[in-house]
Design a protein around this ligand. Sequence first.
Ligand code: NDP
Length: 280
Amino acid sequence: MAQIIKGDEIAKTITDKIKDEISNLDVKPKLAVVLVGEDFASEAYVRGKVKAGKRVGIEVDIVRFEQEVSEEKVIDVIKQLNSDEKVDGIIVQLPLPEHFDVAKIVNEISVEKDVDGFTYYNAGRLFRGNPLLSPCTPQGAMYMLEAMNVEISGKHAVVVGRSNLVGQPLARMLTAADATVTLCHSKTKNLKNITSQADILIVAIGQSRYITADYVKEGAIILDVGISRDEHNKLSGDVDFDNVFDKVSMISPVPKGVGPLTVAMLLHNTLKAYKGELCG
Ligand code: NDP
């Protein structure tokens, strides 16, 4: 029977520390969230960020635009936020409407305020082993392993999903932590053969309950990053939790798994940007 990794409790230990630290500051950190259109899921994520910020004392300003807004208008506002000394962190809530070039918009964010770690500059720093601000979900997953005292060095870590936001930076972080890493994706042949060799298996594919017991090794540690809705509109991860539960040694659930860590890392990055604690 597996140990359940309680992401919400781990996140609370991080946010409690952030809250304590901020309570001693005269000027509170501020995060600006650029939100375009009225995507239902984005609205919910942004509400979650505002609430989490409020709990620790980080002011979260939402800068809203209508769906039809031009790229130029959004870029102008990002430039203003870059030069606003009261703003410590800036994120652009994704997805953006289809007429937007996401990379172009995100790369307008000043690298010292890029608390999602999505700019080319910050991605490059991470990949060269000298990160400034790292993306929140992979950082949260790594924090989760650390909090659970998982020995990473020398382990075979398999990451399924190679997005720029999750899978690739996570594979890089695991490599930096001395794991032997295999990165899989939709064109991977014999996925099952590979995942069932993983000591640590991290799945970020967005396919509800795709990973079943035949994909996992006995005693493996599983982090489930995926967030989908099942046929009953219930939140579900990429891993069939009930099916693998008796076979693995640790597993993060969905919800209350990696998700809360993502938000905690956003607050962590915002405080880091506020303090200017960014190694040169
Ligand atoms: P993307 O859609 O950008 O990437 C999905 C990746 O999964 C791609 O690399 C794709 O391969 C791969 N993939 C898809 N289907 C399969 C399959 N059947 N077998 C193997 N690989 C597959 O998604 P994201 O990385 O942005 O997000 C992944 C999931 O994580 C989503 O459910 C998302 O909602 C969730 N998420 C959760 C967060 C949290 O805080 N918990 C934060 C961010 C995301 P290919 O490259 O070949 O197309």
